[in-house]
Design a protein around this ligand. Structure first.
Ligand code: PNS
Length: 162
């Protein structure tokens, strides 16, 4: 039984994240999507809102995926939740340096947890939550980049009409 953790800020959940969740759900027996709450960045969506989005969009689609919020060190959370694998998505070479650094540091902190990198569909290779927020705030279209309910929530936050 292999339990994988897919950690991130998910602020907000994008179709790229869903792609990685889908691939993880196929590879591992159980996947925990772990939402970081004590991020240094000021989040647009509260932890409760991000959990609500997961329950609404991801839960109905995958039987072996569950959600949680965490703060503190990822490796501590991995130990507590008895996960053997950390999943991270890599979109481009530019992601690799930072991801490698995190993976090596996490290995140093807990050598029993293995980091696995998954590559999303090509169409999501340039997608990020940061860009989605910026585009939505400036009135651009984010259709097809995020689930419809996230799109609606973004429009509401930035008081734009769909
Ligand atoms: O979606 P993000 O913002 O790229 O996710 C980053 C995340 C949550 C995976 C990373 O910031 C993290 O693991 N934070 C928890 C604190 C921690 O363990 N830091 C040491 C990492 S080597």
């Amino acid at each position: 039984m292999t339990r994988a953790l897919y950690p991130g800020s998910f602020d907000p959940l994008t179709n790229g994240h869903i792609d990685i969740i889908e691939r993880s759900a196929r590879l591992f027996d159980e996947v925990i999507v772990a939402i970081l709450t004590n991020t240094q960045k000021e989040p647009l969506f509260s932890p409760d809102e991000r959990l609500e989005i997961m329950h609404e969009i991801v839960q109905p689609r995958f039987k072996n995926v569950r959600f949680d919020v965490f703060n503190g060190l990822l490796v501590d959370y991995a130990r507590e939740s008895q996960a053997q694998v950390i999943v991270r998505g890599i979109r481009a070479i530019s992601d690799y340096e930072y991801e490698l650094q995190m993976a090596m540091m996490n290995r140093r902190l807990n050598s029993e947890v293995e980091t696995v990198f998954l590559i999303p569909a090509e169409s999501y290779s340039y997608l990020s939550s940061r860009l989605v927020k910026e585009i939505a705030q400036l009135g651009g279209a984010v259709k097809g980049l995020v689930p419809e309910s996230v799109e609606r929530r973004l429009m509401k936050k930035f008081k734009k009409d769909l």
